[in-house]
Design a protein around this ligand. Structure first.
Ligand code: SF4
Length: 473
């Protein structure tokens, strides 16, 4: 069982939130405005979920929120370590913040948190090069943010908390969800898989599951607040429950969530192919609220490369699971992650990846060029392909997948889809945007009153990444 943060430990954090709030109230009286916070998130859905908790705690501290760092009294960057370019972006932004802080004679608090700073060499680099940063805290210190922030706001020296740990579970952290109608709910944290290219197990600790009762209670609270679409989140949800005393696994958890009154749709991510069980496929097929959508990263189509990646399945085993899913759920929406240019990959190996894409016909693929991560086993492997060859292969993959995505979207034209309206389209504010059951984005004209509601939309046009339609009722 994972370490659970006690009520007393959480109460201590609550007392620091109250202290900051008191000071922020005085600030509001003397300055004629609230203290403003700006949060920026890099990386995956887990980070987005963590930022919702950071914002929840900041709200309790009495901060208001702005999007622009220049207007903020407090800036928090929640960072990602999965790819080098995400780290470079953060360092770039920190450089800009230095000037802003100087112009304001130091009257600004800057914090950096998340996976990137959980790596010791990065924390050291910030200490050495970016001494305008006031607070650095890693993934394991998230629940301690109120205390750390209080210290950072009162000390002349920067505060660092990147304590390494296998990870704990902290319940009851105040959370400010981005959307009123949809919410991500973490069911587990960390990862035990140690894929050879991946930094996640090093920065997020070992797999640890939340008790099903805590998950269900959180979902019931979300439903009370008007939320109807729940996405269950974990680095490897198929391992859910292995570390718990209760008789539970992810398939059983899905069935429990399916029973919660007021929940209309259930999604989840991410599944590791080696752990995808028949019980889960059955639960997906039998639970009426579980969307017919599965994100199942295969990463590479060549068995030798998969072994180098430490993925623990072969191409044929992966394809066999896909066949089983398609047989049980013929209208399944399939997506995957693929890495192009993994060290040792040859052009022939890459062709095996293309063959898998063509055979499965994914609806969507998140493709990435391999990014070397210090401290991972793959970082010691040599490249066979040149940068030019890797980019050529990457572009070819996009071409192949785009053609498949467009073809699959074409099949939606003329159908009527149930869409949860998420908001106005970013391109045209007269157009609403939402997702259908399979998670494809559907754009259509309609009144903003429909935001948050389920509507029927007739699909009239297929694009590569989305669908256009018109209200059917
Ligand atoms: S399953 Fe592999 S790729 Fe996914 S988080 Fe764990 S180590 Fe990383």
């Amino acid at each position: 069982m994972a370490e659970v943060i006690t009520k007393e430990q959480m109460n201590e954090q609550c007392s620091f939130m109250a202290k900051i709030k008191e000071e922020n109230n005085i600030f509001a009286i003397t300055h004629g405005r609230e203290r403003r916070a700006c949060t920026k998130t890099y990386g995956c859905q887990q980070n987005e979920n963590d930022t919702e908790r950071i914002r929840g705690m900041l709200k309790e501290c009495g901060f208001s929120f702005v999007d622009d760092e220049e207007e903020a009294d407090l800036v928090i960057y929640n960072t990602c370590a999965v790819r080098e370019n995400a780290e470079q972006k953060v360092f770039g932004r920190l450089g800009i913040l230095k000037h802003i802080k100087e112009e304001r004679h130091g009257d600004m608090t800057i914090a950096v948190c998340g996976c990137m700073v959980q790596q010791e060499h990065i924390a050291k680099q910030i200490k050495k090069v970016h001494n305008h940063v006031d607070l650095v805290f890693g993934t394991h210190a998230l629940y301690r943010m109120p205390k750390l922030l209080y210290e950072a706001m009162h000390r002349k020296k920067a505060v660092f908390d990147i304590e390494n740990s296998d990870g704990a579970i902290a319940e009851d952290i105040p959370t400010m969800h981005e959307s009123k109608y949809q919410a991500w709910v973490s069911v587990m944290f960390g990862c035990n898989n140690f894929c050879s290219y991946c930094i996640v197990p090093y920065v997020r600790g070992r797999e640890r599951s939340r008790k099903s009762e805590d998950i269900i209670n959180e979902i019931k609270e979300l439903v009370k607040g008007g939320c109807s679409e729940i996405s269950l989140l974990g680095q490897n949800v198929n391992s859910y429950g292995k570390d718990l005393d209760e008789d539970i696994d992810f398939a059983k958890l899905l069935r429990l969530v399916n029973e919660v009154e007021g929940v209309e749709r259930i999604r989840f991510m991410t599944s590791h192919p080696k752990d995808l069980s028949d019980a889960l496929i059955d639960a997906m097929a039998e639970c009426d609220k579980v969307c017919h959508q599965l994100h199942l990263p295969f990463q590479a189509g060549n068995d030798r490369v998969l072994r180098e990646m430490n993925r623990h399945y072969t191409r044929d085993e992966y394809l066999e699971k896909i066949r089983r899913i398609k047989k049980k759920i013929p209208d399944i929406f399939l997506s995957s992650d693929v890495i192009v240019g993994f060290p040792t990959e040859t052009n022939e190996d890459f062709e095996d990846t293309i063959k898998v894409i063509e055979e499965v016909e994914f609806d969507h693929i998140y493709s990435f060029i391999y990014s070397r991560r210090e401290g991972t086993p793959a970082a010691k492997l040599d490249f066979v392909l040149t940068d030019e060859e890797i980019h050529k292969n990457f572009n070819r993959l996009l071409e192949v997948q785009n053609a498949i995505s467009k073809r699959k979207n074409d099949a939606y034209v003329g159908t009527v889809q149930t869409v949860l309206v998420e908001g106005k389209s970013i391109k045209d504010e007269n157009v609403l945007s939402g997702r259908c059951d399979s998670s494809k984005i559907v754009n259509f004209k309609g009144s903003p009153d429909l935001i948050g509601k389920y509507v029927k939309v007739k699909v009239t046009q297929a694009m590569t990444w989305s669908l256009n339609g018109e209200l059917a009722e």
